[in-house]
Design a protein around this ligand. Sequence first.
Ligand code: CA
Length: 716
Amino acid sequence: MKTAMRLLSSTVLLAMTLSGCSRDVDTQVNAGSQPVNAERIIAAAPGEWVSHGRDYAEQRFSPLKQINDDTVSELGLAWYADLPTRRGIESTPLMADGVLYVTASWGHVLAFDARNGALLWHFDPKVPKDYGVNGCCDGVNRGVALWGNAVYVASYDGRLSALDRHTGELQWQVDTRINQQDPYTVTGAPRIVDGRVIIGNGGAELGVRGYVSAFDAKTGELDWRFYTVPGNPAKGFEDDTQKMIAKTWHGKWWENGKGGGTAWDSFAYDPELNLLYIGVGNGSSWNRKARSDGKGDNLFLSSIVAVKADTGEYVWHYQTTPGDSWDYTATQHMILAELEIDGVERKVIMQAPKNGFFYVLDRRSGELLSAEKYMPVNWASHVDMETGRPVEAAGLRDGSFPGMVRPAPSGAHNWQPMSFSPQTGLVYIPAMSSGAIYSDDFSAKDRKGTWNTNYAVEAMLEVPDQVTVEQRKAMGEMLLQSVLIARDPVSNTDAWRIEGGYFSASGLLSTAGNLLFQGDLDGQFRARAADTGKLLWQKDVQGGLMAAPMSYELDGEQYIAIAQGWGGISGLPYGAVSGPRNMINISRVLVFKLGANTELPRIPVVEQALPKPALAAASDEEIAKGRELFNLYCAVCHGGNAISAGLISDLRYRINDLDDAWLAIVRDGALTSMGMPARGEFIDNDEAIAIKHYVVEQARLGHERGEKRLIRGAAQ
Ligand code: CA
């Protein structure tokens, strides 16, 4: 492979020269393609989708209407293509000049002929699978950016790559991490503003300092960097903004948790105002008592921050959850629109962050225009419109708050993109109901290699052993229920609301054909009337959908595309709460048009009963020790009570086979190639064996409950 890779810094990874881009088909699709520039993104031709949210306003509204509320019954599968990974898929495809660009897990990029699905090239960033342990929520990726004649992708391990649009060849690559020790991960799609590639990162569950970087799109050189939380004052502040926000922090935040505030998903850009909007994440550690001596607003956690797009200079901020202590990120999708509010035409920015309030701000100044609950919320009664601050519930900070706090860390709405239809004037929110018990627990504080929340894992993820399979399923349906909301952002009322389905269903697309598209985790893809919510079309696609659909047009035909692949946080820790959900990961891109009738291959699904463990039970004391360690090191991936939600191996089903290899897997990394990291640095032999005894005990209990699961083809 010929690369034009430039060595930009010591952090450029030479290993990448070995990485693969394979070019399978050479077609004429690239003939006549035009470089992507600001005008093309701003003007957003109806048939194209050249930026993550279609344009800089991130409205995710397609002006196409060939597929509409009259014709949608004729919608069928035009083509599909398998993706090369088997983890969660959260990617929004882009389409320019007849080529569809889709990312798979870890930051793979695939370019397809958008008319027929022929593979043009495939770029594999070769992320070590055990790097997955550094992230909270699966090795996902939300998509590429286009600029000039290049495609930009950030891989899970923090590398940003520029690829030739026509061949997939690597042009340059930089490591976006400020150091290699901290567990930074990148899952978001880059945005490109005036020739600068904007990218943030994640890691606030494990302990990092958040920032956003802007790299020169041509060379990969760093142009500016904006830190979302302050560093150690003794080392000097990077700028006056850091000095300002450090006054809102206490204790030694730069040591324990490093602050967090990672900008892992959303951006929006107003070219007229030269403002880039950054959605900032939760605190690290989650618990403010451990993070900031229990005091302070801790800017810019859980905030929308506006910076000058060309310099990264701070302009304004609005903090949705001052002193966040509940993983209430404000990284959720932000939409720019023009709305008439109280007779005044306003340029607004809108967000439905995890905390359950829907915010409308004037995007020139950050002035709060409205903040109303869009889902059940009990952590705050309301937002005081004088101060712009939430009025918190009594007992919330001192542990005396009764019952569950709503929403949970998974949020009233997470990363799944919303959509705004200028035609209906409605914002569509893929929300979910949730609640959690936040119980202080500082026992993990000095242990490395675990989540740094300083809350008890068992209170959030475990369920008493005697709870039946049916009861678990009912709990999952109540606690983790998908809610689709069509909201009028001016009157702050719901035009309609549809409840049902597990966890959050997929991201959204609205169209000028009066349609709203959404998939769900059970593998149904649906079109509803955007104005009424009436179900108009439905297709069983066999495997769960999380990512947002998009639309494009070629040769006078409109297409609807969605990247498929269940996983993410819904595939990881909630197995005990929800019961086995029998969800299947099929990783594909699916493309629909009118009158098409391509069939999907049938994927065999078989039922498997939880086998009786062959190993003898250990003492109660040993099991209790194993439980504590399992909750510290294993539960966030393998599930509370060792009940997997399905994406990662359910250890109880495999414990009889894993017995002999247990220490080699847990301590020495015998299965790193499958994503199981070596934990010998943190867990000694006795501890690893105690964890095994706990899994055996959970296997015995599950067997006695008569648990079963569905698996596709061979067991995973
Ligand atoms: Ca988080």
